[in-house]
Ligand binder design. Structure first.
Ligand code: SF4
Ligand code: SF4
Ligand code: SF4
Length: 246
């Protein structure tokens, strides 16, 4: 099902690129209902400006998608509601692997992705939350199951032009079967992951991922979490203080 979505998104890329160019050429304004935006819970690529502004600035050119070496960016399909043709990240499929120079932002010609986002630590997409604590393998003290890597392998199998760094990420992801689960923390792609997330025993004696304030909401922890539905998820556009500060 997810792979079909990937394929559909890619097939429609050309179509929406053309649509975006037409809209830009015609100078057609984008009118967006605030109600629709409020209902929106989409993870946008790094540097995305505030949602309403993003929808008015993005010309649906797909440049960000084209340069992403991890194939993390998809375009909104007609079946996914408003903002058709705009880029988003589905962290259940593929998070943003936080490239050093953030090429998606550099490629954006419209300002929809803010060029002040110059490096991985500037990425500010959302914040990770242990949403399904009772399912988390660390909390349950259960080992990483066999086949935990199937989703990433299938993703790459169905992806054209798999890059060297995608294969390196896969190699780092391998070898966890039967081990205590620390995948969300170990795969965190930030330059200093320990300032973003750590799987540790808390004061109450529970082993669990703990999120810190340098988490950028890149979504890799959600992508790699091996539970049926990811135990850890990203809350788009929220910051650490929104969720964790008392
Ligand atoms: S920072 Fe890199 S991995 Fe993340 S969306 Fe941009 S190009 Fe893709
Ligand atoms: S904790 Fe998760 S969302 Fe936050 S930076 Fe690390 S991998 Fe990304
Ligand atoms: S990846 Fe993290 S959140 Fe998911 S099961 Fe493992 S420890 Fe829990």
């Amino acid at each position: 099902m997810k792979q079909n979505i990937i394929k559909q998104d890619r097939r429609k890329f050309i179509k929406y690129t053309t649509l975006g160019a037409l809209v830009a050429t015609a100078g057609v304004g984008v009118v967006v209902s605030p109600k629709i935006i409020k209902a929106e819970d989409r993870l946008r690529p790094p540097g995305a400006v505030e949602e309403k502004k993003f929808l008015s600035l993005c010309i649906k050119c797909g440049q960000c998608l084209q340069v992403c070496p991890y194939h993390s960016i998809f375009l909104v399909d007609i079946s996914h509601g408003h903002g058709v043709g705009t880029p988003y990240i589905d962290a259940n499929i593929r998070g943003c692997w936080a490239c050093k120079a953030v090429p998606c932002v550099l490629a954006c010609p419209s300002g929809a992705l803010d060029h002040h986002t110059e490096k991985a630590t500037d990425i500010n997409m959302g914040i990770a939350v242990l949403e399904r604590k009772k399912d988390c393998l660390a909390v349950k003290r259960e080992p990483v199951p066999a086949g935990y890597d199937k989703k990433m392998k299938n993703f790459l199998k169905n992806t054209n032009n798999v890059t060297k760094i995608e294969l390196e990420a896969l190699a780092k992801f391998e070898g966890y079967e039967g081990k205590p689960c620390t995948l969300c923390a170990d795969m965190c792609p930030m330059p200093n992951p320990i300032s973003c997330i750590e799987v540790k025993e808390t004061e109450s004696g529970i082993i669990r991922p703990v999120i810190y304030d340098q988490c950028t909401g890149c979504g890799v922890c959600q992508e790699v979490c091996p539970t049926d539905e990811p135990s850890i998820v990203i809350k788009p556009r929220l910051e650490y203080k929104d969720v964790y500060s008392s």
